[in-house]
Design a protein around this ligand. Structure first.
Ligand code: PEP
Ligand code: MN
Length: 349
């Protein structure tokens, strides 16, 4: 339910509305960015009597039913775009952010070299898994805390913000000590306890779409995080499993405008997991930005052939650097901007 208050509503009247909703056992949230006083009522199902009572209270202009199952995530509750601020790097504003780095943190040397290379090309955040979800238990599953330390060192040297996966609620304290963004992976999109743990923190959360998740299920997963009080959610389209075998997943770029229409949350596109093939990644980077994505998350490795995970979809430093200027042109064509890498800045200067 959305309660639109009269522009002339007094504080007393507004407080009375909030009190009545709370007495009925539901919570309220102030809806911002509309220039009018609006309250969202959380809870489902809301009794019909509540709609009637609220509509009659002094100071109330209108009561609107919200039939969507997600509320806080919905644009109905928050009409303006949310900008998630990752220590000064803003996701969801005019600037398109590039998050890049290896699938897994393999060594200090690997992550440092990658961090410098992606920063030079224009990335603002460094990705890399220290806790890796692997289909086979015999594959490399990450260096754990040692990997987080390597990431922290790379942040210290480059200033890049860190994005790394939280695989398990019990690792929350550890991972949150190091990272700037908690990644929740596709396999965990409906791990509701993990979503709630991330929701109880204030750290930005990068929530990947589950590999078989409908968009509504994905938005409801984001609702789990937001319902705990964390409003810093970034959605990530990373491809879904279809019958197609030419690509690892089917990158569903229509998710970008759909999410933009239904939700105020920022969305980034992962063309690496979305295609599974490095030579398809640059085209899908362009397409993602053209579709309106607020950022890209791209796997980059110093030597993809020897990567411990996802080498086949990882770009070399050279290919990554070459992919960025066309992305900037597309960003500009759709009214967005992309930070200059230091390589280009030096060349241009
Ligand atoms: C990853 O980012 O390396 C990863 C495991 O992604 P996803 O959860 O999308 O498969
Ligand atoms: Mn990967």
């Amino acid at each position: 339910m959305i309660i639109v208050l009269e522009p002339t509503a007094t504080d007393e009247q507004v407080n009375d509305v909030v009190k009545r909703v709370e007495e009925a056992g539901f919570g309220t949230r102030q809806i911002v960015g509309t220039g009018q006083s609006i309250l969202g009522v959380l809870g489902t199902p809301l009794p019909d009597a509540l709609y009637e009572t609220m509509g009659l209270l002094p100071g109330v202009q209108q009561v609107i039913r919200v039939s969507k199952r997600y509320k806080l995530v919905s644009r109905d509750f928050h009409p303006s775009d949310t900008i998630v601020d990752v220590g000064g790097v803003k996701v969801g504003g005019n600037e398109v952010q590039i998050i890049a780095g290896p699938c897994s943190v393999e060594s200090q040397d690997q992550i440092l070299r990658t961090a410098h290379a992606v920063k030079e090309a224009g990335a603002t955040m460094l990705r890399g898994g220290a806790f890796k979800p692997r289909t086979s238990p015999y594959e490399f599953r990450g260096h754990g805390e040692a990997g987080l330390e390597m990431l922290a060192r790379a942040r210290e040297e480059t200033g890049l913000k860190i994005v790394t996966e939280l695989l398990n609620p019990t690792d929350f304290d550890l991972v949150s000590q190091y990272t700037d963004v908690l990644q929740i992976g596709a396999r965990n999109m409906q791990n509701f306890l993990l979503l709630e743990v991330a929701g109880r923190s204030n750290l930005p959360v990068l929530l990947k779409r589950g590999m078989s998740a409908q968009m509504e299920e994905w938005l409801l997963a984001a609702e789990y995080v937001m319902a705990q009080g964390n409003e810093n959610v970034i959605l990530c389209e990373r491809g879904i499993r279809t019958y197609e075998t030419m690509t690892r997943n089917t990158l569903d770029l229509s998710a970008v405008p759909v999410v933009k229409r239904l939700s105020h949350l920022p969305i980034v596109v992962d063309p690496s997991h979305g295609t599974g093939k490095w030579y398809l990644v640059p085209s899908m980077m362009l397409a993602g930005v053209a579709a309106g994505a607020d950022g890209l998350i791209v796997e980059v490795h110093p030597n993809p052939d020897s990567a411990l995970s996802d080498g086949g979809q990882s770009l070399t430093f050279e290919n990554f650097a070459a992919a960025i200027p066309p992305v900037r042109s597309v960003a500009q064509a759709v009214g967005r901007s992309l930070r200059s890498g230091s390589v280009e800045a030096v060349a241009a200067g």
